[in-house]
Ligand binder design. Structure first.
Ligand SMILES: [Zn+2]
Length: 269
């Protein structure tokens, strides 16, 4: 059960962290074709940080969806916000107020209320993870694979956070409160004892971008990108709407090759 205080705290944190995340969208390195900038004066460099942009626009859309659904539930009419940044922040501020009211009105188990609560309370954690400022306890522990249990308490063992980055140093830990080995210490095993049993999950798929998005980022003609795709550029996946996604690095290589010169410059913005 989430308390009103937790909802207001989550909204306050989101209001602080969201603009910082939005600022990150433009704080990335991007290859910019200088020759194209000189040729057509209207070209803007559009730098792009995919992770920051995805999270920002997810929240941007979700907070409007939740606000509209909650006002519909509470007042029988939906409120639709404009797309500007101030409206996003206003909607975040209003979300705990609406949720509090929905709880008071006895709607606490309504889908609209539970999904909005889940999202709102997750945003600060997601934003902090993106800003690389996770708090203690926010990096998840992983259950040890293979049903490995502690010999002292027979509860499932865990891998400490960060084990994927350094699997050779991934101790197996018993997290049961008060469980102790014969020396009175928290039970812990070095990876040499068990690491052969498991392998880290395969690396996540490379982030993809739609051709339309890439064309927009680089002010290119969409036709050019269709030609590349036709000539054997392979998609790396599909977005939820089924639109093909392409590896940004592959697209950058094609773009570099198509300009016929190698004087691309990495611009730090
Ligand atoms: Zn134990």
């Amino acid at each position: 059960m989430t308390t009103p205080e937790q909802l207001y705290t989550a909204a306050r944190e989101t209001l602080t962290l969201l603009p910082r995340t939005q600022a990150l969208i433009t704080h990335t390195t991007n290859q910019v074709d200088e020759s194209q900038i000189k040729r057509t004066k209207t070209v803007h460099r559009i730098p792009w940080n995919n992770d920051a942009a995805t999270l920002y626009f997810d929240i941007h859309a979700a907070v409007r969806r939740h606000e509209a659904a909650l006002t519909l539930l509470l007042f029988g009419h939906a409120r639709y916000r404009g797309g500007d940044d101030q409206n996003t922040l206003d909607a975040v501020s209003r979300l705990p107020v609406l949720l509090d009211r929905a709880h008071t009105a006895g709607h606490q188990h309504h889908d609209t209320v539970t999904t909005a609560t889940t999202d709102l309370t997750a945003w600060p954690r997601q934003l902090r993870a993106l800003l690389d400022e996770p708090r203690d306890g926010e990096t998840p522990w992983t259950k040890a694979p293979g049903n490995l249990v502690c010999p002292h308490c027979e509860q499932r063992l865990h891998l400490a956070p960060g084990w994927r980055d350094r699997p050779d140093h991934a101790d197996l830990v018993c997290r049961t409160p008060d469980c102790a080995d014969e020396h009175g210490h928290q039970p812990r095993w070095a990876p040499s004892a068990w690491v052969g049993l498991v392998q880290p999950d395969p690396a996540p798929a490379p982030p993809g971008v739609t051709l339309t998005a890439y064309a927009t980022m680089h002010n290119m003609r969409r036709n050019t990108l269709d030609v590349w795709a036709h000539r054997g550029l392979e998609p790396v996946g599909h977005d939820p709407a089924g639109v093909a996604l392409y590896d940004v690095n592959h697209l950058d290589q094609r773009r570099a090759a198509s300009t016929g010169r190698c004087s691309l410059q990495v611009v730090h913005l």
